[in-house]
Design a protein around this ligand. Structure first.
Ligand SMILES: NC(=O)c1ccc[n+]([C@@H]2O[C@H](COP(=O)([O-])OP(=O)(O)OC[C@H]3O[C@@H](n4cnc5c(N)ncnc54)[C@H](O)[C@@H]3O)[C@@H](O)[C@H]2O)c1
Length: 347
């Protein structure tokens, strides 16, 4: 599959690396509003002088959209209309209506539309999901998640904390990965209650912390906290509790721990995985090593989908992107109106 990139910033450079490391994927060219960035990323590949030029090129089979979120919808719809399969970076778009239009277009054109929720591919998250699926922790009761970084000192551009561009604050940034993970591990969410605070950075219309309770099928509960004031630096954690144990995925560094028991309160059996080879590679090559590896697995799944095959990994579909934005917006609604919000049943 010949894949083009729209946007040539940080994530696009990792995407380029991931494409190069994925069999059956060929990097076919790039467009960025900033030609210097496009040229720096392109190497020997083609640099296009507009998004339309790239999207109308029959040599391109698929695109990855790596631009700020307020441009995702327009680019995705043009790409789908041109017959391309599309991966959109998170957040899917800055409005729920935009996500809806993107899904409708992908159905109408019968093209694949997936969302860059690469955290699903983190080895510790995969182990956690497998621990639930195997029954190791018994019947799932609740999932809790945290994600945080230091907020403004992390951002290199003001659009990254602009309501108009991003669609929200921490929930649309690091939180969107966590929302996706918690509801994916819960097995889906049906209603949401939440609160947000913006007391620390005091930014225009965007929260610096958000807290939510999700209700899922079979009364599984999910809680989550997303933060831009995690002074210890970037990390996230997702835990799943069942009636016979618990599983915990943590990053960074990547760690997985599992406690199992024969009955509630029984003798705990503990297992831990520290992923030492990955930790060593991150020490040598930076956090980008893990990100590029997960992106490569995601692209392999994307190619399978486009070829009409079953993906081997947990690729996030457009509907998952929609659900994550719906949950974010529902947390804002709950915060303003002090009520819980029912999520749409089918997307
Ligand atoms: N999956 C992840 O964990 C992850 C990590 C980082 C960023 N992202 C997402 O990726 C997207 C890009 O983030 P980034 O950190 O790479 O930003 P960035 O600022 O490093 O790069 C964005 C690039 O897009 C270009 N651009 C802006 N508007 C454009 C347009 N309309 N057409 C073509 N090019 C345009 C800019 O010139 C810039 O080079 C965002 O949606 C962000 O949330 C995802």
């Amino acid at each position: 599959m010949r894949i083009g990139l729209i946007g040539a910033g940080s994530i696009a450079n990792l995407r380029r690396r991931a494409i190069d490391n994925t069999s059956d994927a060929i990097f076919a060219g790039v467009f960025d509003l900033d030609p210097a960035k496009a040229n720096a990323l392109a190497g020997d590949a083609r640099v296009y002088d507009s998004a339309d030029a790239l999207l109308s090129d029959p040599e391109i089979d698929a695109v990855t959209i790596c631009t700020p979120p307020d441009s995702h919808e327009d680019i995705a719809i043009t790409a789908l209309n041109a017959g391309k399969h599309v991966i959109v970076e998170k957040p899917m778009a800055n409005t729920l209506e935009g996500c809806r239009r993107m899904i409708e277009k992908s159905r109408e054109t019968n093209r694949i539309l997936t969302i860059g929720f690469n955290h699903r591919y983190f080895p510790a998250i995969k182990e956690l999901k497998a621990a639930i699926a195997s029954g190791a922790i018994g019947r799932l009761s609740y999932v809790r998640g945290f994600t945080g970084h230091t907020g403004l000192s992390e951002f290199k551009s003001p659009w990254m904390y602009s309501k108009d561009v991003m669609g929200g604050g921490t929930l649309f940034d690091n939180g969107i990965h966590l929302i996706d993970l918690v509801q994916y591990i819960m097995g889906g969410a049906t209603s949401v209650y939440g609160q947000t605070t913006s007391a620390i950075w005091q930014l225009d219309r965007v929260e610096d912390n958000a807290f939510a309770i999700l209700t899922g099928k079979n009364n599984v509960i999910g809680t989550l906290h997303s933060s831009w004031t995690e002074w210890k630096g970037y990390h996230f954690c997702v835990e799943a509790y069942g009636d016979r144990g618990m599983a915990r995925a943590y990053y960074a560094p990547m760690q997985f721990s599992l406690i199992t028991m024969e009955k509630p309160g029984g003798r705990p059996i503990r297992k831990r995985n520290f992923y030492l080879p990955s930790i060593l590679r991150e020490k040598l090559y930076g956090w980008e090593y893990t990100a590029a590896k997960t992106l490569s697995e995601e692209i392999a799944d994307f190619i399978s989908l486009a070829n009409g095959q079953q993906p081997v990994g947990p690729i996030a579909h457009a509907e998952d992107g929609y659900r994550s934005i719906e949950i974010s917006n529902s947390i804002y609604h709950a915060n303003e109106n002090k009520c819980s919000v029912q999520l749409t049943q089918s997307i």
